[in-house]
Write a protein that binds this ligand. Structure first.
Ligand code: ATR
Length: 279
């Protein structure tokens, strides 16, 4: 029998996850189905909706906006990275009826930079812009890669400070508002603010970008994001990446949890990008 998986959210219509998982299944020759399902909690509670998926025999589901916190609260067991992210995007429905909640967003981004961007985090100076849910999810997996330093800058400096202090690690983590970012070139700069959604830039001095920096925007679109354009204007030779690879990367890690095989992300990123450009 074909194993069933799905992504749930509200809205869900434009989800690329069914396409991504279909491509993974083809690549790894796995027999599975993957649907995008709208869950409206005005109709029933999140817990009931999940019980329904379990009863229907689904093997696992992905959870997206706005249910990542509900998913965190409803899981029977949480992985360490789900705990540090305080959010869950992947459920594994275990044979014994329990639900394991994991978070693959952070490792999806880290793997995208290391594997597809060809940049290892080890000993790198990392600058992170933003301190919301998206950034919270990447700090744990980032620390595991042993960067030299991490600086978190945010519009609300206090939020960056609180977030940085949550992690007990030997890696120096500092925090500030936009104006107080230590003036230096950073090796890897990650934009995790939602400013790009509105086509805006976080007001950061372009002096943080060096010739060899990798500048990553967690957002993506048909064209390079405003943040990537800004980076290129400041340093034409710097490397830029958008967040499409993070989307595919988090899916790849979920696929691995469910199927035990890790698909290659690069060809899938390319296919999804071509599809986006045609539509
Ligand atoms: P997400 O889950 O996408 O991270 P979030 O938790 O609401 O959403 O966090 C949004 C992040 O983008 C925060 O870091 C926010 O800054 P504040 O903590 O000061 O609110 C940042 N952000 C949102 N809009 C922004 C803007 N126009 N300029 C700069 N930063 C912005």
């Amino acid at each position: 029998m074909t194993d069933r998986y799905a992504v749930i959210g509200y809205p869900i219509g434009h989800s690329k996850s069914p396409m991504i998982h279909r491509l993974f299944a083809e690549q790894t020759q796995q027999d599975l189905s993957y649907e995008a399902i709208l869950v409206d909690t005005d109709d029933s509670s999140f817990q009931w909706a999940i019980a329904d998926f379990k009863n229907q025999g689904y093997k696992g589901i992905n959870i997206t906006v706005p249910y990542k916190l509900d998913a965190f609260e409803t899981a029977d067991q949480l992985t360490e990275r789900a705990q540090t992210a305080h959010a869950v995007n992947t459920y594994i429905f275990n044979e014994d009826g329990t639900i394991t909640g994991d978070n693959t967003d952070g490792i999806g981004l880290i793997n995208d930079i290391e594997l597809n961007g060809d940049r290892l985090f080890k000993n790198q100076k990392v600058l992170i812009l933003g301190a919301g849910g998206a950034v919270q999810g990447i700090l744990g997996p980032l620390i595991d890669k042993l960067p030299a330093t991490i600086h978190i800058a945010n519009r609300t400096a206090h939020r960056a400070d609180v977030l940085g202090k949550r992690f007990i690690t030997d890696i120096p983590i500092s925090a500030s508002g936009w104006e107080d970012i230590p003036a230096q070139h950073y090796d890897i700069i990650i934009n995790g603010t939602s400013a790009s959604l509105e086509g805006k830039l976080p007001p950061v001095s372009a002096e943080v970008i060096g010739e060899n920096s990798l500048v990553y925007d967690m957002m993506y679109g048909q064209k390079p994001t405003v943040f990537m354009d800004w980076a290129h204007q400041a340093q034409p030779n710097c490397q830029t990446m958008d967040g499409l690879g993070m989307l595919v990367g988090q899916a790849a890690e979920a696929f691995y949890l469910w199927r035990g095989v890790r698909p290659e992300t690069a060809p899938v990123i390319q296919t999804v990008r071509e599809q986006m450009q045609q539509s």
